[in-house]
Design a protein around this ligand. Structure first.
Ligand code: ARG
Length: 459
């Protein structure tokens, strides 16, 4: 068992199939850079408390840099028998500097090491994702300017409801992505608690100083219970959930645009660069990218299921099950990252088909609710107003006309509170001028939000 870091107690060689079954190097090699960062900080702390000399520490830090570069160049040979990234890097260190390298793992276990690596990795990943979400928000805010005068029908139950400014639609997604960014930032609070120093599960009798390690690695606090630390993957479950909600938001947007690109809607034209053709139907321009953004959300949702099921029923401290945690996180991360990298270009380059939208904008009684509110402002009880307008809509449907087409006398027959000023509450243009409550889709309220958002996403 000479080759194994933990081989001392063993007489027999590990079965080759067991090595293959238990390895994680095939998926945790991407932790190399953070593993090295963590080890360098650990070595510096060991030197500070006198467990390494300054020269030993220097040798370790410099050699780890070297190993990091070798890995980055793709020159490290991954070996199943070395199990994981931690063993690969430590054995490369020992191969180069011998006994000094054999001191690095002092007062440390792979249990607190892997938890630390993951937190460093997740921290970088969440920061990167926050940047991608901001870029997508910028794309939507730019659309507010280019589509400044466009009015869209708003839908509930996918049925025409009330009109809103197009910018209101863009900013609705900005709000969702803002909450996503806030969730990532909040998750970072719990990521930023240092596991290292918990050692295997009980801490150590050696005089380590975890505050030093925390400071060197940019953690804001030190985990206070060594038994909790090596089993704690709450931060990972949270991060994956946060990713799943981003994926869910993206999938709703994708679904909407897939509908908008249909001949039936005709609201939107996607740029050629983001559509694909059919192998048999020459006329097709398919929204495959949007369909895959919608479809890939399924994987991220499954990743939430995987991490929670993995953690369910695990007794305290490290259990090997935890090795599988990385698969869920990396999959969720890669999937959401790929979607977020494509989304801003699609958002920027899709063209609203304004003529088509406007041609049918007066259909569907988008002004019915505002007419009811006009009645309320004239002292009619809400429920009565609702009934009056409902009857008027039914009348229009039978006459195949719009509310705005009805002569004043006919409106007054339905309700004697109606006066000539009713015309200012009818028709889509008037409606978006009248919607004025904070957060509404009306022209002035939306303009205020656009101004605020422009500030928020400013470079
Ligand atoms: N490869 C392992 C993981 O990803 C590292 C920790 C192994 N610890 C142990 N005691 N076997 O979780």
């Amino acid at each position: 068992m000479a080759g194994k870091a933990w081989g001392g107690v063993f007489d027999e060689k590990t079965d080759a199939r067991v090595e293959k079954f238990t390895e994680s190097i095939s998926f945790d090699s991407r932790l190399a850079a953070v593993d090295i960062r963590g080890s360098q900080a650990h070595a510096r702390m060991l030197a500070e408390v006198g467990l390494l000399t300054d020269d030993e520490c220097r040798q370790i830090v410099v050699t780890l840099d070297d190993i990091g570069q070798q890995i980055a160049r793709g020159e490290m040979l991954w070996k199943t028998e070395l199990e994981d990234i931690h063993m690969h890097i430590e054995s490369a260190l020992i191969a180069r500097i011998g006994d000094v390298g054999r001191k690095l793992h002092t007062a440390r276990s792979r249990n607190d090491q892997v938890a630390t690596d993951l937190k460093l990795y997740v921290r970088d990943a969440l920061t990167m994702l926050g940047g991608l979400l901001l870029e997508l928000q910028r794309a939507f805010v730019e659309r507010c300017e280019s589509d400044a005068d466009v009015v869209l029908p708003g839908f509930t139950h996918m049925q025409r409801a009330q009109p809103v400014m197009a910018a209101h639609y863009w900013l609705a997604y900005c709000e969702k992505f803002q909450r996503d960014r806030e969730r990532l930032a909040d998750c970072l609070k719990r990521v930023n608690v240092l596991p290292l120093g918990a050692a295997a599960l009980a801490g150590t009798s050696l005089p380590i100083d975890r505050e030093v390690t925390a400071r060197l690695l940019g953690f804001t606090a030190v985990a206070a219970n060594s038994l909790d630390v090596s089993s704690d993957r709450d931060f990972l479950a949270e991060a994956i959930f946060d990713l799943s909600l981003i994926a869910v938001h993206l999938s709703g947007w994708a679904e909407e645009w897939i509908l908008w690109c249909t001949t039936e809607f005709g609201f939107l034209k996607l740029p050629d660069a983001y559509t694909t053709g059919s192998s048999i139907m020459p006329q097709k321009r398919n929204p495959d990218v949007l369909e895959l953004i919608r479809g890939k959300s399924a994987r991220v949702i499954a990743d939430v299921q995987q991490i929670l099921t993995l953690l369910k029923g695990l007794p305290l401290a490290y259990n090997r099950d935890l090795q599988e945690d990385k698969l869920a996180f990396f999959d969720a991360l890669d999937t959401v990252q790929a979607c977020l990298e494509l989304a801003p270009s699609i958002a920027r380059h899709a063209k609203l088909q304004v003529a088509t939208i406007e041609a049918r904008l007066e259909e569907g009684f988008l002004d019915a609710t505002t007419l009811m509110e006009y009645l309320i402002s004239k002292g009619v009880p809400m429920r009565t107003g609702h009934e009056v307008v409902g009857r008027l809509v039914r009348h229009c449907e039978s006459q195949r006309c719009k509310l705005v087409d009805l002569p004043l006398s006919e409106l007054q027959l339905a309700c004697d509170k109606i006066e000539a000023d009713v015309s200012q509450s009818l028709g889509v243009k008037n409606v978006v001028a009248r919607l004025s409550s904070f957060g509404s889709g009306g022209r002035i309220a939306v303009a205020e939000q656009v101004a605020a958002w422009r500030e928020r996403v400013k470079r």
